[in-house]
Design a protein around this ligand. Structure first.
Ligand SMILES: [Zn+2]
Length: 112
């Protein structure tokens, strides 16, 4: 398996739009602000639907999303295998997912 450099829906890849698999276009978390660093996007550069202030933030966001998404995918796959039944590895999966997302939110706000 080869690993191409991260690209976005806004970045044409070899004459076509890169789609990151089956991910539908994502709306900005907050219009006019970067989804990664949370800073305001330069108003003179802003275009509707823009999610990042620069290519570094875009690349870093996709790296983070890929890693975090893999963790969530794993949790959900375990849950699906066991349907969350007590006494199985699937028990408590949604609590673990919620705790994980809370931890990421704290980390993203600059906490530990
Ligand atoms: Zn940014």
């Amino acid at each position: 398996m080869t690993h191409a450099p991260p690209e976005t829906a806004q970045t044409p890849a070899r004459g076509r739009l890169k789609d990151h698999g089956d991910v539908e276009p994502l709306r900005p978390l907050r219009v006019g602000y970067c989804d990664y660093c949370r800073e305001r996007i330069d108003p003179t550069a802003y275009r509707p639907g823009m999610r990042f202030c620069n290519s570094t933030c875009r690349t870093d966001w996709w790296k983070m999303a890929r890693n975090r998404g893999a963790q969530l995918y794993h949790h959900l796959t375990v849950w699906r295998m066991h349907r969350g039944r007590k006494g199985t590895p699937g028990a408590g999966v949604f609590s673990r997912i919620s705790a994980t997302i809370d931890m990421w939110a704290r980390k993203d706000r600059g906490g530990a």
